[in-house]
Design a protein around this ligand. Sequence first.
Ligand code: NAD
Ligand code: GLY
Length: 361
Amino acid sequence: MKNVRVHLGERSYTIRIGADALGDIGKVCLRHFRGARALVVTDTNVAPLYAEKTLASLAAAGVQASVLRIPAGEASKSMRQLSRILDRMASMRLDRGCGAVALGGGVVGDVAGFAAAVFLRGVPYVQAPTTLLAQVDSAVGGKTAVDHKLGKNLVGAFHQPIAVVSDTSTLKTLPEREFRAGLTEVVKHAAIADARLFSFLEKNEARILDRDEDVMGRVVATNCRIKAKVVEQDERESGLRQILNYGHTLGHAVEALAGYSSELLHGEAVAIGMSAASRISCAMGCCASGDVERLTALLARFGLPTRMAEPPKLAVLKRLLASDKKTRRGSPRFVLMRKIGEVEPEVEVPPRLWRGALAGS
Ligand code: NAD
Ligand code: GLY
């Protein structure tokens, strides 16, 4: 078992990473929920796989738990599901000495985390991520949200979990496409902050795609360390944390265009966005073409898309980017790559470069 500590003063917490880590979730909750009661929020795909194991661990530790299942998929990051979770928290009479467990991917983590942020102005919660994307990214750092019809993640709060329990054995049941989509955020962390991790990924492609337990434990822990270091310096995204949005400016636009559907997963959209951002970086003289080639080649070897056959018209892109959280005074801000392992946040990019970068030219 590996432990990674996120140092945030009184909001510090530990990320526990390893095969069968879910077996310890009862002990973790008992330590933090003085009232020994918990609401486990999960989704309809994850519940049949991991709810029993989670409940058994909670029961063994003497934590009384109730389960709420939300439909699997991005559409559940909604006011409707938020409201269902809050209703259940209220009817269970949870108090600040009790809490929630978010058992699932980024969708469950974001909506259950937001419910925990607003119920009684904040109750504790534990993230128990079961997708690669959630283990390396969304479960760490305290960003919680639901989507709004005018944009993704428009309604949310910063609310740090009191612990993260990342059971790497859960990755075995993840559909292939979801696993590969999670690799996008792994490549992102390497590209923005860790050239050594990038080389490791290039050399260990086969073992990663095989989901080798040792390699995945190491990959998840390294990614959590990278993310923790950034969040520790800029918890509320007033500066440095923006580098974690690498690939997300155009990525979110591409994701919105696909209607947040299974046509294009979040990780796939960000893979296109990162590739486009690297091409823009090169066109603006910020990085060398060799770095663009390394990035797009690694994404492609992980089976991820790196371009759009038919990018939307510029007017459509402008409209989509206008509601992006990174847009300032009507002008979207990009994170650009200086070289593998180093990026520059808050760059204005001439709109004439957007479409070509998405198309791969
Ligand atoms: P997801 O939660 O929709 O999970 C993907 C699919 O895998 C779902 O169908 C789910 O039911 C299923 N699943 C989950 N775990 C499984 C397992 N172990 N075995 C089998 N099936 C399993 O998607 P995601 O990719 O985990 O998360 C995407 C969301 O995360 C997006 O909404 C994105 O905006 C958000 N996100 C948030 C942050 C943050 O910092 N809060 C960061 C990145 C992404
Ligand atoms: N995934 C971006 C962030 O956590 O800031």
